[in-house]
Design a protein around this ligand. Structure first.
Ligand code: SF4
Ligand code: SF4
Length: 297
């Protein structure tokens, strides 16, 4: 699809996709008449790095942060999960909104930094890399578009600290695009793989406990210094998590596995398969017997 032809039906997103060099006339500033209007009615998806920054800011574990401040949602039918900020109870405003502005400003999420620009991450069918395009969101309540300041989208992104956020979300976006582009041929992901995706991407402290466990080191053969560095740093662990998911979900084998565990898993799977076949044969034989008795009567 030609990016400039993307449809945006009934959406405040201007139906033109832009490069980073496109001009953006916009400024958000304290004292503007619409101050906080955007934070009063939120629909904000979080990236894994957003969660790391926010849970560090709030000095919470990732599990506590997820429970208190987010709701999960399904990104696509039968597909992988995403996480959104949960608004205040019974309302639509962000829990971090204060009269003075954003209460977590230094660590505000990617979507808040981008506004009023929308990031469109796309991968063409014949390409293995994704490309970034942008679109402008124009909502009636936002008066920032009337301010006289103009810069390029790239300059705006730099001002908002977005290159770092985009770099650290890249592995996650690639996983999502890969899953989407593999389409129904891969079939419905198993409950186990969806749970693994959720824990690794969003619940980094639980993923840390898993990586530190005997069951992980019984399967994966990582150098001790690499393992140690990951356990000490959320961002290093997150980047490893994306690599781990590419191996588990898509068979991209980059993490060495212990030979004995590969062999044990193979033997376990063979035993499992044999048991299922044996039980199916027994069931069939039983059904035949019962069927014969019924006919005789
Ligand atoms: S996180 Fe901050 S900028 Fe984002 S919606 Fe909440 S208050 Fe607004
Ligand atoms: S100018 Fe737009 S982004 Fe800034 S406070 Fe107003 S509604 Fe929010």
């Amino acid at each position: 699809m030609n990016p400039s032809e993307l449809p945006f039906p009934t959406s405040p997103v201007t139906p033109t996709t832009l490069e980073g060099t496109a001009a953006l006339q916009f400024q958000c500033r304290k004292g503007i008449a619409c101050w906080n209007a955007c934070c009063s009615n939120i629909d904000i998806s979080l990236t894994p790095y957003d969660i790391v920054r926010l849970k560090q800011h709030l000095e919470l574990s990732s599990s506590e942060f997820l429970n208190r401040y987010t709701v999960p949602y399904e990104m696509e039918k039968d597909g992988i999960a995403g996480v959104k900020l949960r608004p205040v109870d019974g309302g639509t405003a962000c829990r971090f909104m204060t009269d003075a502005g954003c209460g977590v400003y230094a660590d505000r999420p990617t979507a808040c930094r981008y506004y009023p620009v929308a990031l469109l991450s796309m991968r063409k069918q014949d390409e293995s890399i994704d490309r970034q395009y942008y679109a402008i969101v124009r909502e009636d309540h936002c008066l920032g578009h009337q301010e006289p300041r103009t810069q390029t989208i790239d300059e705006y992104r730099a001002e908002q600290g977005l290159p770092e956020y985009d770099d650290l979300a890249h592995g996650w976006r690639q996983l999502i695009l890969k899953k989407k582009s593999s389409g129904p041929t891969v079939g419905k992901p198993s409950k186990r793989s969806l749970e693994l995706f959720f824990m690794t991407c969003y619940d980094i402290d639980r993923f840390r406990s898993f990586v530190a466990s005997d069951s992980f080191s019984g399967i994966y053969d990582l150098p001790a210094d690499e393992l140690h560095a990951m356990l000490l740093d959320d961002v290093t662990l997150l980047q490893f998590g994306f690599r781990f998911l590419r191996q588990v979900l898509f068979g991209e084998m980059t993490i060495p596995m212990r030979a004995e565990s590969v062999e044990q898993r193979r033997a376990r799977l063979a035993e499992q398969r044999a048991r299922i076949e044996r039980e199916a044969a027994e069931r069939l034989a039983r059904d035949d017997d019962e069927g014969g008795a019924y006919v005789d009567v």
